[in-house]
Design a protein around this ligand. Structure first.
Ligand code: FES
Ligand code: FES
Length: 175
């Protein structure tokens, strides 16, 4: 719930390439702003204290934990959420519409319940941008800050290796 009593602060930012302006409570978390104010519920909230990585988004192209930032800290910045990876994809979309990393997760069966998946994707997009040909050790290190209760990680590692060989995996979504 985002309370609106007291002094709100006007913020303007870019989210998935579109401008967004709102007045928010100074204490409103960026994760809650994205989910509740902008209805971008692909960003998940697990631990809410920076441990699980489910809330990871890109801030000016760098992976950050949106539960550790206030919405006011995103004022003037560019935010990218999982919804921005495949504007034509998602539920009912074709696999061809997916970001190469999403398609690789699908192909390698790298998700089960999917709760952790948006955070993994938003962690790995900038990783592949900076390291387009990672070895297994580098992949495991890159995803070591994201928790998954279902997969055992093996298929996620396989998906990243698969995505690294796909053109565009390191580019789209990395604003
Ligand atoms: S919800 Fe942000 S790190 Fe877990
Ligand atoms: S797929 Fe269920 S938590 Fe990762």
């Amino acid at each position: 719930m985002s309370a609106r009593q007291g002094g709100g602060v006007p913020i303007s930012l870019t989210v998935n390439g579109s401008p967004a302006s709102r007045t928010v409570e100074p204490r409103l978390l960026l994760s809650d702003f994205l989910r509740h104010d902008l209805e971008l519920t692909g960003t998940h909230v697990g631990c809410e204290h920076g441990v699980c990585g489910a809330c990871t988004v890109l801030l000016d192209g760098e992976a950050v934990r949106s539960c550790l930032l206030f919405a006011v800290q995103a004022d003037g910045h560019a935010i990218e959420t999982v919804e921005g990876l495949a504007p034509g994809g998602g539920a009912g979309g074709r696999e061809g519409d997916l970001h190469p990393l999403q398609a690789a997760f699908h192909a390698a069966h790298a998700l089960q319940c999917g709760f952790c998946t948006p955070g993994f994707l938003m962690t790995l997009v900038p990783f592949l941008r900076e390291n387009p040909d990672p070895d297994e050790h580098e992949i495991r290190e890159a995803l070591s800050g994201n928790l998954c209760r279902c997969t055992g990680y093996k298929n996620i590692v396989d998906a990243v290796a698969l995505a690294a060989r796909k053109p565009g995996a390191d580019a789209r979504g990395a604003a």
